[in-house]
Ligand binder design. Structure first.
Ligand SMILES: [Mn+2]
Length: 379
């Protein structure tokens, strides 16, 4: 298993940060200070949280852990944004524990965006130590908010080093536990990282199971539950089969409401009308976009951008050829934000996968502008 994981210059350059991050967590545990563990609610974010959780448990040992566990506040963050509402709740809950020393906030796979800056600032002003482990493209001002920001972007890497992968490296320096490397691999699969040279089928199944559980309200959002399901092949099988069935149904529906356009610069643009697609809780809208995108990508040999949209929201996916030809979703969103300030509410993501929120009444205008921008690439 470990030989399937990447190791190269980026990781070497990050290793000092892995050590510092592990020290922050170990120090908090040793002082029995409260720890806020907030993670993105997807496969990658859950793997990241499981790494920190299990290595902490392993460091303290069964008995000490029992006493400490209630001082670790764990939350599933349903978007990439740390809202003010969430941070105020978090701060109050921690304050009620009357911490003797500075509490630690560990933010995993989310919050590295302009929309979260006010929340990070609130934490900072309340004397929290802040450890952010993320791999989304950086925006100015975030690094200064954190006590330590661990991201591949500060070391010549990119989003392919997913948060769950990085958190696994940190966990190894807190305390080893069984299955760290498996979690790292599942995280990379979940975020479609290009660092993996091969995918083990069993781990692909586990990645889908975590995504399914994270978005279905019938499962408690508990790290213990995730962890015990991952260890039970029967649970994996039955949840995997349900997830696949649902995924296939929704994908079929979404394909019916998709339309392929050929632009004059050779780019292909797929538009998916999401408001017609009924999915319920799973798969997430962004994932539907990804599934349709992959279906077209298998058949076409061209730069391809897929946009799935419904009122007020757009999801983007692009293939390697589009990226190589000059498409960058995150950059495109940045341009829209500055050029159409009235229309864009928020947005961001990775180079080839991102999302956008649009103010009421502007959908059409924004879609036209994006089509134009994609069609102008390379001209
Ligand atoms: Mn991620």
């Amino acid at each position: 298993m470990p030989n399937n994981l990447p190791s190269n210059g980026v990781l070497g350059s990050m290793s000092e940060d892995f050590g510092r991050a592990a020290e922050m967590i170990k120090k908090c545990l040793a002082a029995r200070s409260p720890m806020l563990l907030r993670h993105h609610g997807d496969c990658d974010g859950i793997c990241a949280a499981l790494s920190v959780y299990s290595s902490s448990k392993s460091m303290l040992g069964e008995k000490e852990w029992e006493g400490y566990r209630k001082k670790m506040l764990i939350f599933n963050n349903h978007s990439a944004i740390y809202t003010l509402r969430s941070v105020l709740d978090d701060m109050e809950l921690i304050r009620n524990m009357q911490p003797a020393s500075a509490p630690l906030a560990v933010l995993l796979d989310f919050s590295v965006n302009l929309e979260s800056i006010d929340s990070l600032n609130a934490l900072k002003k309340s004397n929290f130590n802040i450890l952010i482990v993320d791999h989304h493209p950086l925006v100015p001002g975030i690094k200064e908010m954190a006590t330590l920001l661990v991201t591949p972007w500060l070391h010549g890497g990119n989003s392919d080093y997913s948060a769950g992968f990085i958190a696994g490296e940190i966990a190894k320096k807190i305390k080893q536990f069984d299955g760290i490397e498996e979690l790292q691999e599942i995280a990379l699969i979940g975020d479609k990282s290009k660092l993996l040279t091969r995918h083990e089928e069993e781990l692909e199944r586990k990645a889908l199971v975590l995504d399914f559980m994270a978005s279905s309200s019938e499962f408690a959002e508990s790290l213990e539950v995730y962890s015990s399901v991952l260890k039970n092949p029967q649970n994996i099988n039955s949840i995997y089969n349900r997830a696949m069935k649902k995924l296939e149904l929704v994908k079929k529906d979404a394909m019916r409401y998709s339309k392929l356009k050929e632009l004059s610069n050779g780019f292909r643009l797929v538009l998916v009308k999401l408001d017609k697609v009924r999915s319920g809780e799973f798969p997430a809208r962004g994932r539907i976009c990804g599934e349709v995108h992959e279906e077209y990508d298998r058949k076409l040999d061209a730069p391809l951008v897929t946009i799935a949209y419904e009122e007020g929201v757009m999801h983007f996916r692009a293939n390697g050829k589009a990226r190589a030809a000059g498409f960058n979703a995150n950059q495109l969103i940045g341009e829209l934000k500055s050029e159409m300030t009235d229309a864009i509410e928020s947005g961001g993501g990775h180079d080839v996968a991102a999302g956008l929120r649009i103010r009421k009444g502007f959908d059409r205008m924004v879609l036209e502008e994006i089509t134009k921008k994609v069609g102008d690439i390379g001209k």
